[in-house]
Design a binder for this molecule. Structure first.
Ligand SMILES: [Zn+2]
Length: 216
């Protein structure tokens, strides 16, 4: 199958074009979010050993000599062969993921803010030996962060609304994609920890005309 210049969007739906495919290893562990192009390449190269979930996109290819047009259905979750890494997984701490973990909410005043008004607060300040780790960092609005300053929550008399935690692998994949589809959500959610109860309850996908997505 050759796609080259003959690719086109069969569904005419920009939403499905932007949806990511969840790549697993052969043990069923999430490895990456893929674009539909990357997924199509793996399928064409026959590197996908199994797939689950709904078809999120159909790619139409060229016509063969018999005039039959090739097509490729892209599933929402694929598994590929390869090395299985069983190491403990802790995602790198970034503000984007940290804010997502805390649902864009200041963990002191409980108000939601856009990302530009949020900051990373070290629960135990770094000046007092606090580490720059998931378990010592929370999302704080600039006002609360300034007010807390170089103090611990106890010293500042500011109570934390939730205990900070490091996302596990399944939580990380959920947090790192703003557009998780329903069947992907179902797959990931099965391995969420109790820590994730806050965002898991918010993670019920909404059904829309074009499919099943978490946010509209
Ligand atoms: Zn605040």
């Amino acid at each position: 199958m050759v796609y080259k210049d003959e690719q086109e969007d069969d569904s005419n739906d920009e939403l499905t074009m932007n949806s990511k495919v969840l790549r697993l290893n052969k043990a069923g562990t999430p490895i990456a979010w893929l674009s539909w192009q990357e997924t199509a390449t793996l399928l064409v190269k026959e590197q996908v050993i199994w797939s689950i979930g709904a078809t999120i996109h159909t790619v139409r290819g060229g016509y063969n000599k018999s005039g039959i047009r090739s097509s490729l259905e892209l599933p929402s979750i694929i598994a590929c062969d390869g090395k299985v890494d069983n190491h403990q997984f802790t995602p790198a701490l970034s503000n984007g993921l940290l804010f997502a973990r805390d649902q864009m909410m200041c963990m002191y005043c409980g108000v939601e803010f856009p990302a530009r008004d949020l900051s990373r607060d070290h629960v135990i300040p770094t000046s007092k030996g606090g580490k720059d780790l998931w378990t010592n960092c929370v999302t704080a609005c600039r006002r609360c962060n300034n007010r807390k300053g170089d103090l611990t929550p106890e010293q500042a008399n500011m109570q934390l609304l939730a205990v900070p935690f490091a996302p596990n692998r399944h939580e990380y994949f959920y947090l790192s994609n703003r557009d998780v589809l329903a069947d992907q959500m179902e797959f990931l959610k099965a391995r969420f920890s109790v820590n994730a109860s806050a965002f898991a309850s918010d993670a019920e996908p909404r059904l829309t005309r074009t499919g099943q997505r978490r946010r509209t």
